[in-house]
Design a protein around this ligand. Structure first.
Ligand SMILES: [Zn+2]
Length: 266
């Protein structure tokens, strides 16, 4: 079983050296994809998305999205500068676009590539509501939640491939044992959808960024209450299905507001 042990060690070393730290929360997360790779993939995918979707011609809406986005960008940049981590934003090419769609949705790809759908504007209601949405989505990107998930999936695949390669000289029985051990690891360990942890993290960071941008974080409560009211239709909008807005979340946000207020207007 020596080969088994060495492979475990190699995998363990790979994991130990492939961690990143989430800003503010300090949580250690898996990070297997180089930032430069993420950025170039993001910029390509973002460009493709803009080419194949209709940009909104609503000037007031566009101006609002760009104004809120730019203010939150400034907050994020100040946060990283003040904490001596300005290099974390290296390669960022911030962009904020409003896309014509009934979907109640918004997202941010790596490197600060944001899209807001016109469908979420009535729920956002005003500029502060939009800051809740954009703060939350930008926080997901800043906390590298997408990269974390991709790493987990890459690990599942790359690990299996590496294993089968390294074991090509080994008896079939051993190979199969390892494939099954690895599969179990992926099944019970790494491969989880965007979870509650990431959502809470995005709420916390999002509130801080919106506060730093000069938007009152108390408004996050009324925004998520408006989102919660939208529930109950037969087909919940995309943003709701990935962002459960229940009483628990609103209660948690209420608890996070005092911390965010410490950053208000700073
Ligand atoms: Zn979210």
């Amino acid at each position: 079983m020596r080969i088994v042990s060495i492979s475990t060690l190699v995998l363990l070393l790979m994991l130990l050296t492939s961690c990143a730290t989430v800003p503010i929360t300090g949580r250690q997360q898996l990070s297997l994809i180089p930032s430069s790779t993420l950025m170039s993939m993001s910029y390509q995918q973002y460009g493709e998305f803009l080419k194949t979707n209709k940009l909104s011609t609503d000037k007031a809406g566009n101006d609002q999205v760009k104004r809120v986005g730019t203010r939150i960008q400034g907050a994020v940049e100040r946060y990283f500068q003040q904490s001596g981590q300005a290099d974390q934003l290296q390669g960022y090419k911030w962009e904020f676009n409003l896309v014509e769609s009934k979907e109640v949705n918004a997202w941010c790809m790596p490197g600060g590539k944001v899209v807001v759908y016109t469908g979420i504007l009535p729920v956002a209601k005003d500029e502060t509501g939009l800051a809740v949405v954009m703060g939350h989505e930008i926080a997901h990107a800043i906390a590298a939640h997408g990269s974390e998930r991709m790493s987990q999936e890459l690990l599942a695949q790359f690990g299996a491939v590496a294993l089968s390669t390294s074991m090509s000289q080994q008896p079939e029985q051993t190979r199969q044992l390892w494939m099954s051990v690895y599969g179990a690891g992926a099944q019970y360990g790494a491969l989880l959808p965007y979870g509650r942890l990431q959502e809470s993290e995005a709420d916390r960071l999002g509130l801080i960024f919106m506060a730093m941008a000069g938007y009152d974080p108390h408004e996050a409560v009324t925004f998520w209450e408006r989102m919660a009211k939208m529930k109950g239709g037969q087909q919940p909008p995309e943003f709701l299905s990935t962002h459960p807005s229940d009483a628990t979340r609103i209660a948690e946000i209420n608890k996070l507001i005092p911390e965010a207020m410490g950053y208000y207007g700073k």
